[in-house]
Design a protein around this ligand. Structure first.
Ligand SMILES: NC(=O)c1ccc[n+]([C@@H]2O[C@H](COP(=O)([O-])OP(=O)(O)OC[C@H]3O[C@@H](n4cnc5c(N)ncnc54)[C@H](OP(=O)(O)O)[C@@H]3O)[C@@H](O)[C@H]2O)c1
Length: 403
């Protein structure tokens, strides 16, 4: 389909939507839909909330699920709930940074534990954590804490487990942001002590987004789960911690389901799959004589700048409605063929996650001493692909990038 400026798509979307989708979308225009998009999900589900003691059952397309929300845990309640706790944030990477600063801004007693010679120590100091006051090495931080939040990289969780496990004494709580280490314990060797609560809050986004949404007064969606409940309070503690680190809504799951869906999703539509689709489409266009700019615009620029935001704001039908009838006819037809072709690949991927192959590969690769250099080399190779070099030129023409 032809690339059209966003404003044109917006106008067409609003015309088509109000003409054709009146009952379904209540005469949404795209502009109003986008401006309301942040509030919309809540408004849309409010009608189907069934609330009892702060727990909400929400009907997700016919399946009832339990969701917890930040509104049930105002800051005063969090401060009261954690008044006797010291939270040790072990690791200060993407999640450590986001969750740690949110906990600190919420007024909780949080300390950071990282190795002294690493980059994270310097990063933490730059963010105002003070050595000897609320910044310690890992062992010392764990010893001072009641709640240990293991936010090391997944490979590092496995590597450091022999020294961390003996410090996890009775009465402490162990917190993860990924089910990876305990679920794949045969490979990671992370066998948790039997006498402590083990819980999970997994934000569905990067640590940077955890922080940004919190600062905007919103919250990220997170999964919440209990692996081991010794005190009978594990679930409640996990939900409270989820809110304290910056979650807006917490969706109930298990450690297993969280890790399987997470590894699967990032290898699929979220990252690997979409990169593969971009490359395949771009290469065919180039091999068939199209220019780099045309191939890039038809593959990436229009997707990320125009069409995917429409899906994000109001769904796939809304995106289709915003496009020409020519585009719509072809896209609906071809979506079936893509689904049939790709589904076996997705099944292979799920098997590879479920049987531990992905975990094994990740642990082996990410435990190598030179893993950062190797990634940097791979990322430089991606950066150097023609498609992404063409993308730089296209982005340089955006008004905001022109002086
Ligand atoms: N990033 C995400 O988008 C995301 C989203 C949801 C959940 N999670 C989960 O959150 C957890 C943390 O992920 P992350 O992405 O924040 O991790 P990360 O950015 O990769 O952070 C790595 C941290 O681990 C430390 N580390 C690495 N190797 C170490 C070693 N051998 N000994 C001691 N410390 C070591 C690093 O310290 P140095 O600086 O000293 O190396 C750094 O503080 C993981 O379980 C991950 O799956 C991540």
């Amino acid at each position: 389909m032809a690339s059209r400026p966003a404003a044109q798509i917006l106008r067409q979307a609003s015309r088509q939507v109000s003409r054709q989708f009146v009952p379904a979308v209540q005469k949404r225009t795209f502009v109003s839909a986008v401006s309301a998009a942040r509030a919309a999900p809540k408004a849309a589900v409010t009608a189907s909330f069934q609330q009892s003691r702060g727990v909400k059952t929400i009907d997700f397309a016919g399946t009832k699920e339990t969701v917890y929300e930040r509104a049930d845990w105002p800051q005063e309640k969090l401060l009261e709930y954690f008044k006797n706790d010291t939270l040790a944030l072990i690791g200060y990477g993407s999640q450590g940074h986001g969750q740690g600063l949110n906990l600190r801004d919420n007024g909780l007693n949080v300390i950071v534990g990282v190795r002294k010679n690493g980059d994270s120590w310097k990063d933490a100091e730059q963010d105002g954590w003070v050595p000897g006051k609320n910044l310690f090495d890992i062992d010392e931080a764990i010893n001072k804490s009641t709640i240990v939040m293991n936010l090391l990289s997944d490979a590092a969780q496995s590597e450091t487990w022999p020294s961390i496990k003996p410090l996890l004494t009775k009465g402490k709580t162990l917190y993860f942001s990924h089910g990876f280490s305990p679920v794949f314990k045969d490979l990671t060797k992370v066998e948790v002590p039997k006498d402590i609560d083990v819980i999970l809050v997994a934000p569905k986004g990067s640590g940077r987004t955890v922080r940004t949404l919190f600062r905007e007064g919103r919250g990220i969606n997170s999964s919440v789960a209990v692996y081991q409940d010794v005190t009978g309070k594990a679930q409640e503690k996990a939900i409270a911690l989820g809110v304290a680190v910056g979650s807006g809504y917490l969706y109930e799951t298990t450690f297993e389901k969280e890790v399987y869906s997470d590894l699967y999703g990032e290898r699929g539509c979220l990252m690997g799959g979409i990169h593969g689709m971009f490359l395949a489409q771009y290469e065919v266009l180039r091999e068939r004589g199209h220019s780099p700019s045309e191939a890039f615009n038809e593959t990436v620029e229009e997707a990320t700048q125009s069409l995917y935001p429409l899906i994000g704001a109001n769904g796939m039908d809304y995106m289709y409605a915003a496009c020409s009838t020519t585009a719509r006819r072809g896209a609906i037809d071809w979506s079936k063929r893509f689904k049939e072709t790709l589904k076996p690949v997705f099944n292979d991927l799920y098997d590879s996650v479920h049987n531990g192959s992905e975990t094994k590969r990740s642990l082996e690769y990410n435990s190598q001493p030179d893993y950062r250099e190797k990634y940097n080399k791979e990322l430089a190779e991606i950066d150097d692909l023609e498609i992404w070099r063409a993308g730089k030129a296209v982005r340089s023409l955006r008004p905001e990038n022109q002086k």
